[in-house]
Ligand binder design. Structure first.
Ligand code: SF4
Length: 716
């Protein structure tokens, strides 16, 4: 339809013009109320299905739009992962779309690196600048001195990166793929099950659940999925209410929901699991499994009576819980590999409990999917697969000398791996595809901003039980808000330029990849692609391979697994991921900053949780400014006296201490500054030894319902 644009400036119209300019949207967004649009009826809601992009759990969403503008997100009731539910983070997606700090279009650096001086350029100029620079680097330094860094190496971005690599890197060479490191719990020590696959935990049908630090109601694996399962575990009709025991040094929201909370010493989760295993074996309660071969000393050495002091949990309590667990109809043990450096060993011990009681691939137990993975893009990707690329860590020392150019997408290593930032600063050319001016993007020479997930195409899959998979479609809910482009499409455009006349990319766009993947879904039957896109999800049988994985032959000891509380750093710091802002990707969304912490009601900043006894011995009162120091650095934040934390432990949440974003900048402290996450380690432990002292200065502590000052940041 050929639209004419006009504005009527009469009384109300003049106000409309003011609203219009305040909202910074072009006038055509209001005109359809006067000129009918073929695609919608003014004033009528349209719901479109897509995928939540606020974490990796892959929940289905439906988005309400009116006059082409998204105004509410809900869970997709057809999606088997979240069954119509959505967490607070998922609800906050609109603040990503309409965030005033989004980069509005391509930009080129004009001032010193990091000075924040950029000029707006067109997309043609941006793509030409990048292509020219890449050609120059290839000729002078070699194609393999260019690296692509992304958090999301699968999906359409992964395939587009491979298309780019095949156009840019001469055959026989590989383009380097960099990663920040691993945040999640994906591994969870699966090798003990003889398969290297992320298990599904049937919490809904368990009758006794013991969690070794797995905060499954907050951030562990798939929070909405497991929160729903927990509801069934507690309340399902026709079955007894399950018992839940949680082990963690601090009372998290998950711990607060437990029937019994065991505040064990940090790092001793695996030790307690082995003590329980020892009781189960010595008292003839086991149903399966042999003696643990992974231990470098006899299991008797882990008897509750021997490890009780180190774990700081009475032996009688461990014995009682082992009895309850072993005699339950459907017991289930879950854990988190994150808290400590020996998380993998802890997880192996925790998973051994499930083997002992024979609850693998049984209702209420650990479900190992029949295939290792299911990727709908496998069927369309041909020879282009991202696993042909090499992985490195962005935090690796010497990264600045190793590469001539870094193309960075959905990654912010300057914030997340601060000690690697110096190396990144030294890379001669950086192109960022970020939607926001974050700490890493502010160092870029060229910015080619990505769409948000609500404007993008993608496709992914989640295994929902032993045999079935939910394939979730991500499709644009509305036309792009700003002058941004999906990174996969930009990479394809660059490949076409750089590859020359002879190069023909396998796909023209992300949308084409998604449509082809849907067409080729094995077992799709008669269902049309449009119907699958409309519903946002397709559930079918998972096809693929189940690699037989050889269990690691590594042997370990968990004796003396607890943190060292002697010396200069007597306290153990537990860095926690809050359900709202996680590790800091979404700290610039005011709704999530405003969400009070479930246990302390603190919002809009950082705080150090400290036991009142410890605080008193250090002369610290509630609200005092304290300095937390490890051998790697120090940060400052107000103290919150929290009785539900061990006296030898303090806690500080991830996600604050940003240097960019009007709602995030200057708020609180970045706890990663204290963490020894540098060379060699893919996984960042959540714990480090620290000391805490009171210091002079203003402590800004905002608690829900107490003092909420006006937020100057919201004024534009
Ligand atoms: S758990 Fe929450 S943030 Fe993650 S995908 Fe689901 S709704 Fe989105």
């Amino acid at each position: 339809m050929n639209r004419r644009k006009f504005i009527i400036l009469t009384g109300v119209g003049a106000t409309s013009a003011g609203v219009l300019s305040a909202c910074r949207h072009p006038e055509e967004k209001l005109i359809p109320a006067l000129i009918p649009d073929d695609e919608y009826v003014p004033g009528v809601d349209y719901w479109k299905a897509s995928t939540c992009g606020m974490c990796d759990a892959g929940c289905g969403i439906i988005v309400r739009t009116r006059e082409h503008r998204a105004n509410k997100i809900e869970g997709n009731p057809l999606h088997p992962v979240n069954r119509g539910a959505l967490c607070a983070r998922g609800q906050a997606g609109l603040q990503l779309l309409y965030n005033p700090d989004r980069i509005r279009g391509p930009m080129r650096r004009t001032g010193e690196r990091g000075a924040g001086e950029f000029e707006e350029i067109t997309w043609d100029e941006a793509i030409k600048s990048l292509v020219d620079k890449l050609r120059e680097i290839r000729e002078q330094k070699g194609a393999n001195t260019v690296a692509f860094a992304t958090k999301k190496k699968d999906g359409v971005t992964g395939i587009a990166a491979e298309i780019f690599a095949s156009a840019f890197v001469p055959s026989g060479l590989r383009m380097h793929l960099l990663a920040e490191g691993l945040d999640g719990d994906a591994e969870s020590g699966p090798e003990i099950y003889n398969r290297f696959v992320t298990p599904i935990f049937d919490i809904a049908n368990a009758t006794y659940l013991i969690s070794f630090g797995a905060r499954f109601l907050e951030t562990w694996h798939s929070p909405v999925r497991y929160s729903l399962a927990y509801g069934e575990f507690r309340n399902a009709r026709g079955k007894a209410r399950g018992k839940f025991v949680h082990i963690e040094p601090r009372m998290s929201m998950t711990a607060a929901n437990a029937d019994e909370w065991l505040p064990a010493r940090t790092g001793t989760e695996g030790l307690i699991a082995l003590a329980m295993a020892q009781v189960i074996i010595r008292e003839g309660l086991r149903k399966d499994a042999t003696e643990p071969k992974f231990l470098s000393e006899p299991l008797e050495n882990y008897a509750p009576e021997k490890i009780a002091d180190e774990a700081d949990i009475p032996a009688e309590k461990i014995i009682r819980i082992a009895h309850e667990f072993a005699s339950a109809e459907r017991p289930l043990a879950i854990g988190s590999s994150r808290p400590v450096a020996h998380g993998r060993e802890n997880m192996t011990a925790i998973n051994y409990l499930n083997l002992l009681l024979g609850n693998v691939n049984k209702p209420g137990g650990v479900v190992l999917p029949a295939v290792d993975d299911f990727d709908p893009l496998d069927h369309v990707s041909g020879e282009h697969r991202i696993d042909s690329l090499q992985e490195h860590l962005l935090s690796k020392e010497g990264i600045g000398d190793a590469f001539s150019a870094l193309l960075i997408h959905q990654s912010n290593p300057v914030y997340k791996t601060p000690r690697g930032a110096e190396g990144i600063r030294k890379i001669p050319f950086i192109a960022s595809f970020s939607s926001f001016m974050d700490e890493t993007t502010s160092l870029a020479d060229l910015i080619l901003p990505d769409h948000t997930y609500l404007e993008s195409w993608d496709i992914s899959a989640t295994l929902i039980d032993e045999k079935r998979v939910a394939v979730t479609v991500n499709r644009p809910i509305e036309k792009p808000e700003l002058n941004t482009r999906q990174t996969a499409d930009v990479l394809i455009a660059i490949s076409r330029e750089i590859g020359g006349a002879d190069f023909s990319p396998a796909f023209e766009s992300a949308e084409e990849m998604v449509r082809k993947a849907i067409e080729q879904l094995p077992g799709r039957g008669e269902e049309t692609s449009d119907s699958i896109i409309e519903k946002g999800v397709w559930v079918g049988e998972a096809t693929g391979k189940a690699e037989s994985f050889k269990p690691a032959t590594f042997q370990f000891s968990l004796l003396s697994a607890s943190a060292d509380s002697t010396g200069d750093y007597p306290l153990t710091l537990l860095a926690c991921e809050r359900a709202a802002i996680g590790v800091g990707e979404h700290s610039n969304l005011p709704l999530l900053q405003e969400l009070p912490d479930a246990m302390t009601s603190v919002m809009w900043g950082s705080w150090v949780e400290i036991n009142p006894k410890t605080a008193s011995s250090l002369g610290i009162a509630d609200g005092d400014l304290v300095e937390v120091t490890s051998s790697h650095g120090s940060v400052r934040a107000p103290a919150v006296l929290y009785p539900a934390i061990r006296p030898d432990t303090v806690a500080l949440a991830y996600g604050q201490g940003h240097g960019a974003g009007r709602y995030a900048k200057g708020r609180g402290a970045n706890v990663i500054e204290l963490n020894p996450y540098l060379n060699g380690s893919l996984r960042r432990p959540d714990t480090v030894q620290v000391k805490v002292s009171k210091v002079e200065g203003e402590a800004r502590l905002i608690r829900f319902g107490t003092m909420l000052p006006e937020h100057p940041e919201v004024k534009r």
